[in-house]
Ligand binder design. Structure first.
Ligand code: COA
Length: 164
């Protein structure tokens, strides 16, 4: 059985991430969407909130699971016998950082390959930061994120709960 992990900050998950999840889930027997920690980012949502939003967004994909991990990605990969790491590439600008991460991860642990999927053109301009900025400036984010994410963002803005 080929097991893949799709790690990311997912703050929050967008339709661009969903596109990668859907396509990767057709390649792997099992796909784990992993809420991982990027030390250079401070998020809007907690890991638990992000995981709940991803779970709600991928409920129609039968071979997709969600997990959270605070440590090094390669440690997770080793511990869970992952065969490959999925990453999405939106544009040339993503390439350099992704290449560095893939090489570093491979140097640390050579038991898993990184597999890059090209983001669909309709999502190539999308990022979680752009969605948050748009939302904070009162723009509509409904065409960029699953409905549950839009609701959770509104709840955050009101200082309310996100159904934890
Ligand atoms: N469609 C739309 N947007 C996309 C996208 C797609 N297909 N793919 C990526 N993005 C956006 C994300 O929304 C995100 O936007 P943001 O910067 O505004 O938040 C950006 O592209 C990059 O996001 P993501 O894929 O979540 O990567 P990341 O850089 O935030 O996360 C980790 C990188 C979490 C995978 C990495 O830091 C990691 O592995 N951490 C664990 C610790 C570790 O092992 N560190 C060493 C790594 S070598």
């Amino acid at each position: 059985m080929k097991v893949a992990v799709y790690p990311g900050s997912f703050d929050p998950i967008t339709n661009g991430h969903l596109d990668i999840i859907e396509r990767a889930s057709k390649i792997a027997d099992k796909l784990i969407v992993l809420v991982a920690h990027n030390i250079s980012k401070n998020g809007m949502f907690t890991s638990t909130e992000k995981a709940r939003l991803i779970k709600e967004s991928v409920k129609n994909f039968s071979n997709v699971e969600i997990d959270c991990f605070e440590g090094l990605l390669v440690e997770y990969v080793k511990e869970n016998n992952i065969n490959f790491i999925v990453r999405g590439l939106r544009a040339i600008s993503d390439f350099e950082m992704e290449l560095q991460m893939a090489i570093l991860n491979r140097k640390l642990y050579s038991g898993a390959e990184t597999l890059f999927l090209m983001t669909s053109t309709e999502h190539s301009y999308l990022s979680s930061s752009m969605v948050k900025e748009l939302f904070q400036m009162n723009g509509s984010v409904s065409q960029f994120v699953p409905e549950c994410v839009e609701i959770a963002m509104k709840n955050k803005l009101c200082g309310g709960e996100t159904n934890e």
